[in-house]
Ligand binder design. Structure first.
Ligand code: GLY
Ligand code: MN
Ligand code: MN
Length: 439
């Protein structure tokens, strides 16, 4: 079930409470040009979506704790039959109030003229600078006007503050209805991986595999992929953000697929699986696969309240380094290797990120010197990998890599929710045991 209006209202109430005396200005996303006069499909700003559920471009939401009669004001594109014939239905000001719970709504074109009045009496202005070029000058202008008049009016907002820390702290902790949506995104994404593995064979194109995955997303009612699907055969898997998906799958190679869907209400899945194109691992592939799987399973097992994302990463690194030492791909003492980062030519990224309305979701990992402790309701990916190629130099003192290992890129990624007792793996339905990947 989609997130309902009462959940958006409860989020706004929490946000307003935490703002203290500051007024927040949260803009929607604009449309972005793809080429000529064609735009990319619209993607709402997740902060704006989280608080409003309003899915139109160029709107602006005001949160006004100093105006208890009308704390939630929306500026929206007004109804316009001609524009709606070309670009689809708009809710307009009436819809903003009736359907989206705004206390007041105005045409977006009136923002410049009305913003100053609405901000009057706020102790501060919560607005994210540097992100919203169409709205930022209006906010600064309204604040400058207050400062100009302050000697006679007697009040002005004292400063511009970032809304992110408090809004993103709310988004980081998912409620039960959000976890349900993430389970749904995970379910569709995992099923797409299972379908893809069934069709893979030597000679098929990476793009054809992408088509199977994304067809499933669309058939299931998702908006589409949450990010550019990565379908990377053989050595392509060693390019972390490979999205060309233009090669043919080769007998004897592995295939790495990193793909997840984005639901109608923007909750995302993010899964990576790696398996042999012809259904049989070579010795080297299996050795590295089992090592990544051991690291991934140990890291998933480390997810529990009180642990940290840093600790989860450290767990994966420790298992990988010890395994690489056994395989002769590293030499020396594991502690020293980890401290010097002398494994990073083989494992160069972090082990995970928060997951939610953004794939790389918001929320601090660290506050000053302190790593944020995992709490029930937080959701993170766990995605260690190994990428063996010539792209990065081998660190001094580490062995030259034998040819037989090269062109092997492996990542295994699950979406994991922290629970009271430990964790819930949301993407376990995408199989990863070696026996399940062979045929
Ligand atoms: N697919 C993006 C990531 O795994 O972080
Ligand atoms: Mn991924
Ligand atoms: Mn990820």
């Amino acid at each position: 079930m989609l997130i309902g209006p009462e959940t958006f209202a409860a989020r706004r109430a929490r946000f307003l409470e935490r703002l203290g005396g500051a007024a927040a200005v949260i803009p929607a996303a604009p449309l972005v040009t793809h080429h000529a006069d064609v735009e990319y499909p619209f993607r709402q700003n997740s902060d704006f979506w989280y608080l409003t559920g309003f899915d139109e471009p160029d709107a602006v939401a005001l949160f006004l704790p100093h105006c208890p009669e009308n704390p939630f004001v929306l500026f929206v594109e007004p109804k316009d039959p001609t524009a709606e014939v070309w670009n689809g239905r708009r809710w307009g000001c009436e819809g903003a109030v009736e359907r989206f719970g705004a206390d007041l709504a105005h045409p977006r074109s009136e923002l410049a003229q009305r913003l100053g009045d609405y901000l009057k009496g706020a102790e501060g202005i919560a607005f994210r600078v540097g992100r919203h070029p169409a709205v930022e000058p209006l906010v600064l202008q309204a604040w400058a006007g207050q400062l100009d008049r302050a000697p006679r009016s007697g009040t002005a907002a004292l400063g511009l503050v970032a809304p992110c820390p408090l809004l993103h702290a709310l988004r980081l902790r998912k409620g039960p209805e959000e976890l349900e949506r993430l389970r749904e995104a995970a379910r569709i994404s995992a099923a797409a991986h299972e379908l893809a593995r069934e069709v893979v064979r030597p000679g098929l194109g990476e793009r054809q595999v992408q088509a199977v995955i994304e067809q499933h997303f669309l058939e299931q009612g998702a908006r589409g992929p949450a990010y550019g699907s990565i379908v990377a055969g053989g050595d392509n898997a060693c390019v972390l953000h490979y999205t060309a998906n233009s090669a043919e799958l080769r007998d004897g190679d592995l295939l790495l697929i990193d793909a997840g869907c984005s639901l109608a209400d923007y909750y995302n899945g993010d899964i990576t699986r790696t398996f042999p194109v012809n259904g049989r691992f070579t010795g080297e592939q299996r050795a590295l696969y089992e090592l990544v799987l051991a690291a991934q399973e140990a890291a998933v097992a480390a997810v529990r309240p009180g642990a940290t994302a840093e600790g989860v990463h450290d767990t994966a690194v420790r298992v990988l380094v010890e395994g690489l030492l056994e395989l002769g791909l590293l030499v020396g003492d594991p502690g020293g290797i980890i401290e010097r980062g002398a494994y990073r030519h083989l494992y160069m990224h972090r082990t995970g990120h928060w997951l939610g309305l953004d794939v790389h979701d918001v929320g601090a990992y660290r506050l000053g010197e302190h790593h944020v402790a995992l709490e029930p309701g937080m959701v993170l990916t766990v995605e260690p990998g190994l990428y063996v190629s010539d792209r990065l130099p081998v660190p001094e003192g580490q062995p030259v890599i034998a040819e037989r290992w090269k062109g092997i890129g492996i990542r295994i990624e699950d979406d994991v929710a922290v629970t009271e007792r430990g964790h819930e793996n949301l993407t376990a339905a995408a199989l990863k045991a070696p026996a399940a990947l062979e045929r």
